[in-house]
Design a protein around this ligand. Structure first.
Ligand code: NAI
Length: 464
């Protein structure tokens, strides 16, 4: 039996947990991080954000080569697809980054304990037969795919994002259940590689929570890329066939059943907090009715000395939100103030066009009865975007009608995920649209569209 004593034990080595561990160690706290997976990085790095971004990048270039190279005078046959090599490239990307975190752990003197942790009371954590003690314990166990009644996942034919990232061949036909972030990103990957993709979504529009103008433009763009959408449809069951599977759905509120056959069915209907096997409630912890760990505003759970961060607590299930909470909790444990501005957490969908938003949407501001101004600028008026055939989409900036302070921004277009950061910084500094409009933006860059949207809130955009 092994064991040890620490200032901090972090349970979970994903973006929340590993960042928390590094920050705690940087503050001089003796820190260990327990991770059950072979490698650090959690869902995001091992089977989520990073591998999917590698496939999105490769499939985007394939799509560009097939559709736009000839327009630019780049001749020769369009490339073929060696899926095995593409998957190796994706795995290499993941391996480089997991090794990077292991290096950072060594550099910061953090013990990486391999295994699944269980809370055993009085500041102790058991991993198998080994018991460790800590003044502070941070739960950063993340989330897992939510199950769907009538649908049994086997990760071969009926897959979650995990299975979709390791398909042995490009399927002829894929049905995606759920038109949210995962469904649209992975649906895009396979659609670009030649799969006929149909997305079945329960609600009347894809990407719930997005600005409605963005949603419409987004669905139009994806439809042009060959994705098909069945909206307002409730999936009732999935049955495996000799080859592939059959999905049965009915238009919401009707009994009119229809079926769809596909080689692969991707279930992307959300994720749920992961506390299974953790012994959290047995140790006196409280979960809410959504299974999230209940904490106060400083991420303290109802168990003394135990904190929780990331997907396992309330708020958006986003890696960067978890990272921010990890840093804040580490600071609190080190005796400093720790804070996360929940009003300025960007979210991005890494499709082409890319979608990004931060702050409030028009619908939210209307619901709150706020008085606001909208500045909108289309990428059609941006020379750089047009030169890359990315003139579709726009920047939509929402500012307070009296103070001109930025309240939110939605972008659909090239590098939206990078562009939104300008707005995040501006919002953190309490900037106004005029501040943005008076800031020199390099020409020619896509970021000029942000300045133009800011100008559109006041005297008017130049190129519209
Ligand atoms: P999601 O919550 O984004 O979307 C799920 C979709 O499934 C919703 O549109 C919902 O209406 C629909 N749905 C639910 N039940 C259904 C049914 N029975 N039939 C048809 N449609 C149904 O969840 P998703 O895409 O699984 O992602 C999980 C989490 O991971 C999210 O919180 C997301 O933010 C996060 N994530 C973030 C990424 C990013 O930031 N780029 C990438 C991937 C995941």
């Amino acid at each position: 039996m092994a064991g040890g004593e620490y200032d901090v034990i972090v349970i979970g080595g994903g973006p929340g947990g590993y960042v928390c561990a590094i920050r705690a160690a940087q503050s001089g706290l003796k820190t260990a991080c327990v991770e059950g997976r072979e490698t650090l990085g959690g869902t995001c790095l091992n089977v989520g954000c990073i591998p999917s971004k590698a496939l999105l990048h490769a499939s985007h270039l394939f799509h560009e080569a097939s559709h736009n190279f000839a327009r630019m005078g780049l001749t020769g046959d369009p490339p073929g697809i060696d899926l095995e090599q593409m998957m190796r490239y994706k795995d290499d990307t993941v391996a480089q980054n997991t090794a990077g975190i292991a290096f950072l752990f060594r550099k910061n003197g953090i013990d990486h304990i391999k295994g699944w942790a269980r809370l055993t009371g009085n500041g102790t954590v058991a991993i198998g037969d080994d018991v460790y003690k800590a003044r502070n314990i941070v739960i950063a166990t993340g989330s897992e795919p939510a199950s769907l009644p009538g649908v049994k996942v086997d990760e071969t034919t009926v897959v979650t994002s995990t299975g979709a990232l390791v398909l042995p061949r490009v399927p002829d036909r894929m049905v995606v259940i759920g038109g949210g972030v995962i469904g649209l990103e992975l649906g895009s990957v396979y659609a670009r590689l030649g799969t006929q993709v149909t997305v079945v979504e329960f609600l009347d529009e894809i990407a719930p929570g997005l600005d409605s103008d963005v949603c419409k433009a987004f669905r139009r763009a994806l439809t042009r890329q060959g994705l098909a959408f069945i909206l307002g449809a409730e999936v009732q069951r999935v049955r495996k066939l000799k080859a592939g599977a059959r999905l049965t759905y009915a238009k919401r509120g009707t009994e009119d059943r229809k079926t769809l056959d596909a080689e692969i069915i991707l279930v992307a209907t959300g994720r749920k907090p992961l506390t299974r096997g953790l012994g959290f409630t047995e140790a006196g912890g409280t979960l809410n009715d959504q299974g999230q760990i209940v904490t106060d505003e400083h991420w303290r759970t109802s168990i003394d000395g135990v904190y929780a961060i990331g997907d396992v607590v309330a708020g958006p299930m986003l890696a960067h939100k978890a990272e921010d909470e990890g840093m804040a909790v580490a600071d609190i444990m080190a005796g400093r103030p720790g804070h996360v501005n929940t009003g300025v957490i960007p979210s991005v969908i890494y499709t082409a066009p890319e979608i990004a938003q931060v702050g409030q949407t028009e619908a939210q501001l209307k619901a709150d009865g706020r008085s606001f101004t909208i500045g909108k600028f289309p990428f059609m008026g941006n020379a750089r975007a047009k030169s890359m055939f990315m003139g579709e989409g726009f920047v939509k900036l929402l500012v307070d009608a009296d103070s001109d302070r930025i309240l939110g921004c939605q972008i659909i277009g090239p590098s939206a995920g990078e562009l939104i950061q300008e707005i995040c910084v501006a919002m953190e500094f309490g900037a106004s649209a005029e501040d943005l409009a008076l800031t020199c933006h390099a020409h020619p860059t896509c970021s000029e569209a942000i300045r133009e949207a800011a100008l559109a809130c006041g005297p008017g955009a130049i190129h519209a």
